[in-house]
Structure formats: C-alpha cells, structure tokens
Design a protein around this ligand. Structure first.
Ligand code: ADP
Ligand code: PAZ
Ligand code: K
Length: 249
C-alpha cells in the first residue's frame, strides 16, 4: 500500500492507495503529524510499503514528519522536489526552486489532464493562480491570502470581530449583504476570492481566448466554484502531480 501526503501550511491531506494504479482506499485531513499517525494507525489492515509526499513546510518540519513515518511504519519516503522542467511543463520562475511545490505539482497534474493551456486556481491557506500555455510554458502566477488568512487577519487586527466556526459556516449559506459581523466578514472575504477568480479568468481569456481549461483545487475551492462554472473541481489535483513527480517503480 502507498501512502500519499500533501503537507500544506494548515493541513496534511493524506490518502492510502492499494497500488500505484488503484484509487484511494482511505483518505483524510490531519491538523498535525501526531493526528496523521493516529489516523493511520487506526486503519485496519494497513500495510504500507511506500510513501510519497509533497510539502510546502520548512525543511526541518518535513524531515521530522518523514522521521515519524519511518519510525511508525518502516516505510521508504520519497519527497517531491523542484524541477526546471517535467512532463512537458517548464517552470516559469526566475529561480525555479522558489516556486511552491504544491503549485508545481498541481500544474503538472493540470497540464496532463488538460493537454492544453490551463489556469490552475488553488484555495488553501493562500490562494494561488498559475498560467500554463498550450506548449507547457509556465507564464507565472499570483499569490494572495486565502480564506483562513483573510479571516484571521481581521480577527487579529480588529477589536470587535470575534465569532466561532459554526456561525461562520451558517453565514455562508447566502452571499447577500451581511446583517451581522460574522455574515459581513465571511461573505466579504468569499467575494474577495471570487473577485480574484474573475480577474484570473479575464487574464487567461486575454491570452488564450476561450481555449483553456480552468482547474479549481484546495480546501476552499467550493467557496468560489460559482464564479467559474466552466472550471473543473479537482480536489486531488496535487496528488495527480505527485504521482508524476514521484513514480514508484
Ligand atoms: N474537510 C475539511 N477539513 C479541513 N479543512 C477544510 C475541509 N474542507 C474545507 N476546508 C477548508 O480548507 C482550507 C484549507 O485548505 P487546504 O487546501 O487544506 O490548505 P493548505 O494546503 O494551505 O493546508 C481551510 O480554510 C478549511 O476551512
Ligand atoms: C504559495 C504557498 C504559500 C501556498 O501554500 P498553501 O496555501 O497551499 O499552504 C506555497 O506554495 C509556498 O510557500 N510557495 C513558495 C513561494 C512561491 O510559490 O513563490
Ligand atoms: K495547497
């Protein structure tokens, strides 16, 4: 069995595959290394042989997680690393090693699925956009605060914006102007992200007309999907790229 991990700034997304070609037989989201290991240990009949992961965390943090996995399961762990070029996609950063590895893998996955120009939008801790032309050239991208960062900045830097998770979830049932603080903030931040989506779509259209595929991924992708009805919602896009970057043969 293969363990796949996508270590973002907020959460570790994980899944277990029977083999490289199979679909996931278990999956989840963990808030810490310890809770990841607890969830895995709780799986019946888990027999991990390999693990591949991508991390945007600090090297020491990633190393600590790898050591914990080796310790708990005795697996060999391969980590996706930066590349100038792979699977027909050319990294467009001036310094290719600085491009976030989650963005890179999502791009590899998107270009494979689209076989043409694509716009990749990822809504995690940060919101990111990346542009890949039909010949695989990465034109670059944009990074801005995602939903968790926007709401936390408001909570941290104001005196009177305080509310709980349950109220936040209820507030997003509609997007009409808010009549409570929680509604005003949650809906306001959601509209900011939708505005981001619309701007990226406009730019993509200016490059490629209508001849491009839009991919939405990340934990908050569904919040913005109305703004891009033509987009493909692919929650596991990073895992598609991870399998390409870390083949297990
Ligand atoms: N089932 C879920 N568990 C945890 N977070 C979720 C879930 N569904 C949506 N989210 C939201 O996804 C966001 C985090 O997205 P994610 O892609 O995991 O970020 P990152 O890769 O930066 O860790 C948070 O705003 C969180 O509220
Ligand atoms: C932009 C990101 C913070 C997004 O991380 P995430 O929201 O997925 O946790 C991450 O891809 C990153 O740390 N990138 C390095 C900087 C860059 O891509 O330019
Ligand atoms: K991510």
């Amino acid at each position: 069995m293969i363990l796949e991990l996508d270590c973002g700034n907020s959460f570790i997304k994980w899944r277990v595959l029977e083999s490289s070609e199979a679909s996931a037989c278990a999956e989840g989201i963990a808030g810490s290394d310890a809770s990841l290991i607890d969830s895995l240990v709780a799986l019946p009949d888990l027999l991990l042989t390999r693990c591949r992961l991508v991390s945007v965390r600090a090297l020491e943090e990633t190393d600590k997680l790898v050591a914990a996995l080796v310790d708990a399961f005795g697996v060999t762990v391969s980590c996706a690393g930066p590349e100038r070029e792979m699977a027909g996609v050319r990294n467009g950063y001036e310094d290719f090693e600085r491009l976030g590895l989650d963005r890179w893998l999502a791009m590899l996955g998107a270009f494979k699925l689209a076989s043409g120009a694509c716009l990749v939008l990822d809504f995690g801790t940060a919101a990111t956009a990346d542009f890949i032309s039909s010949d695989g050239e990465h034109l670059g991208g944009f990074i801005c605060p995602g939903m968790p960062l926007m709401r936390n900045q408001l909570r941290t830097h104001t005196r009177k914006i305080r509310y709980g998770d349950a109220a936040a979830e209820r507030a997003l049932e509609r997007l009409s102007p808010g009549r409570t603080t929680v509604e005003a903030v949650e809906r306001g931040c959601t509209l900011m992200l939708r505005g981001f989506v619309l701007t990226q779509l406009e730019l993509a259209r200016s490059y490629w007309g209508d001849d491009f595929t839009v991919f939405l991924t990340g934990g908050d992708a569904e919040l913005v999907s109305d703004a891009a009805p033509q987009a493909q919602l692919v929650p596991d896009l990073i895992f598609v790229g991870l399998a390409m970057a870390c083949p297990l043969s």
